[in-house]
Design a protein around this ligand. Structure first.
Ligand SMILES: Cc1ncc(COP(=O)(O)O)c(C=O)c1O
Length: 406
């Protein structure tokens, strides 16, 4: 049957071919299995064994047997699925237990579980933002904060990266307070930490809601691992909205918002990505609770990942690898073009390392990079071998970015 011309859809191949030409076409790789039971540090991809330096599994808990056992035990009791949204009949005792544990862990009155960090940010923005409101975002905030702000219909203003004075100036122009001031705690592609104390002061001075998404800081930073806010010495009062994710340091899946009882009640009423979606399976919540417990029982995990990070920086600098000013387990290696970043990814895979090229639009064009991350499950020998390989690869692909101070 011939389709009338006006009903024919736009052919997709030219769009994909364009992405290919621009070296922006994304491809998935299947992890066939993990090389050893109980650890995700080494992957088998396309039959090859690779040390994974690209995950967010900072504490090495994603493959740990304890959360997996908690998940299996819970699944035997509750089944795999929750069957409905939280407000219908999908909310269970394991969700309550995890929310209580997260509230206690973060020192907030309450916490509310979301299925993902992406949805948590959409949800908070839909509850606190909206037409007539203003949302201020750091230029390098995660896509979920940007999408949440745009989708909620608020007026969106973006300030220069990590520039608290610029944020304060913008706050001064908001005609109808309270604005929402939102920042990543640790920036996901750069690894640097936001100027949280200065932003908190600016938010307070202008009676704005201050939201910190500490997806990459929780579990890792601060004297007891409670994240970038603990490291900055900020109280629940100074940061009334804390977003955390559970698929990174805690090695599980899901996310939460922590704050006052009133804030959480408002989210239950208004956060569309909470109300209109199936509840996270209870076995996932049980696994997360086990991981949270492990992260507190075994502080050596965060000490180790930070030590490995420091070891890498010293060795990489000695090997002539361009570094960025990050002290967290996220270490970007600026390469300046998609071509160079992809070539470096390929060359590292040849040498037995899985490190992924980050290209536009995830980072601005011209700031393409490798994003190297560390986990407590890596060995010193693996970190040293990566530094040495990176030195070789960076010389070969010609990094165009200047070398940063350590
Ligand atoms: C800062 C930040 N917020 C939110 C998210 C989204 O979390 P999730 O993967 O749970 O959707 C990510 C990364 O994925 C992130 O880096």
């Amino acid at each position: 049957m011939r389709i009338p011309e006006r009903m024919q859809r736009q052919p997709l191949e030219p769009l994909l071919a364009h992405l290919e030409r621009e070296q922006r076409r994304r491809r998935r790789r299947t992890v066939e299995r993990y090389a050893s039971a109980g650890s995700h540090a080494e992957l088998i991809i396309a039959g090859r064994r690779l040390v994974d330096f690209s995950s967010n599994d900072y504490l090495g808990l994603a493959g740990h047997p304890e959360p997996a056992a908690a998940m299996a035990e819970c699944a035997a009791r509750t089944g795999a699925g929750s069957g409905a949204s939280h407000l219908i009949s999908g909310h269970g005792a394991e969700h309550d237990a995890l929310e209580e544990a997260l509230a206690a862990y973060t020192g907030r009155e309450r916490a509310l579980l979301f299925s993902t960090g992406y949805m948590a940010n959409l949800g908070v923005m839909s509850a606190l933002g909206g037409p007539g409101e203003t949302v201020l975002l750091d230029r390098l905030n995660h896509a979920s904060l940007i999408d949440g702000a745009l989708l909620c219909g608020a007026r969106v203003r973006r300030f220069a990266h990590a520039d608290a004075a610029a944020a304060e100036r913008l706050l001064g122009t908001v005609a109808q307070p309270p604005a929402v001031l939102a920042t990543d705690g640790v920036f996901s592609m750069d690894g640097d930490v936001a100027p949280l104390a200065a932003l908190a002061r600016a938010a307070r001075a202008h009676q704005a809601w201050f939201l910190v998404d500490d997806a990459h800081g929780l579990g890792v930073l601060g004297p007891t691992g409670r994240g970038a806010l603990e490291a900055a010495g900020l109280s629940a009062d100074e940061v009334p909205v804390l977003v955390g994710t559970l698929g990174k340091a805690f090695g599980s899946f899901g996310a939460f918002v922590a704050g006052s009882a009133e804030l959480i009640d408002l989210l239950v009423q208004k956060a569309r990505s909470y109300v209109y979606t199936t509840a996270l399976p209870q076995p996932v919540a049980a696994a997360t609770r086990a991981a949270l417990d492990l992260s507190q029982r075994e502080p050596w995990r965060r000490e180790r990942v930070l030590q490995l990070t420091a070891r890498f920086r010293a060795a990489a600098q000695a090997a002539g690898v361009p570094l960025s000013p990050s002290a967290t387990p996220i270490q970007p290696i600026p390469l300046g073009s998609a071509r160079a970043a992809l070539e470096a990814q390929r060359a590292l895979a040849e040498s037995g390392f899985w490190v992924v090229a980050i290209r536009a639009p995830t980072v601005p064009a011209g700031q393409e990079r490798l994003r190297v991350t560390f986990t407590a499950a890596h060995t010193e020998a693996q970190v040293d071998a990566l530094s040495e390989a990176l030195g070789r690869v960076c010389r070969a692909v010609g990094p165009s970015a200047p070398q940063a101070d350590p």
